[in-house]
Design a protein around this ligand. Structure first.
Ligand SMILES: [Zn+2]
Length: 86
């Protein structure tokens, strides 16, 4: 479930589908980019989501991205595979 806000009409709803690109706003029935309407609870949630997107583009497993408390707030940690020696 993803808290979502339509960038066209401002309608707020909980998206329960699995579309990764476009979703249909239940308020105005227009198709909007899912990324444009996702509402994150905290900045750390948004940063983690965007880093996860990048990690998946790079072919990293979902387990490569983790979050932990740090000295200055929350830290998003990306574990890279060992460098290939071939
Ligand atoms: Zn709308």
């Amino acid at each position: 479930m993803t808290r979502s806000r339509c960038p066209r009409c401002g309608h707020l709803w909980d998206y329960r589908g699995s579309s990764t690109l476009y979703v249909t706003c239940p308020g105005c029935y227009r198709k909007v980019l899912r990324e444009d309407c996702t509402v994150y609870a905290t900045l750390a949630d948004e940063v983690e989501a965007r880093i996860r997107d990048l990690a998946s583009i790079l072919g990293l497993p979902a387990t490569a991205v983790t979050r932990r408390p740090g000295d200055a707030g929350e830290e998003v940690v990306v574990c890279l595979p060992p460098a290939s020696t071939s």
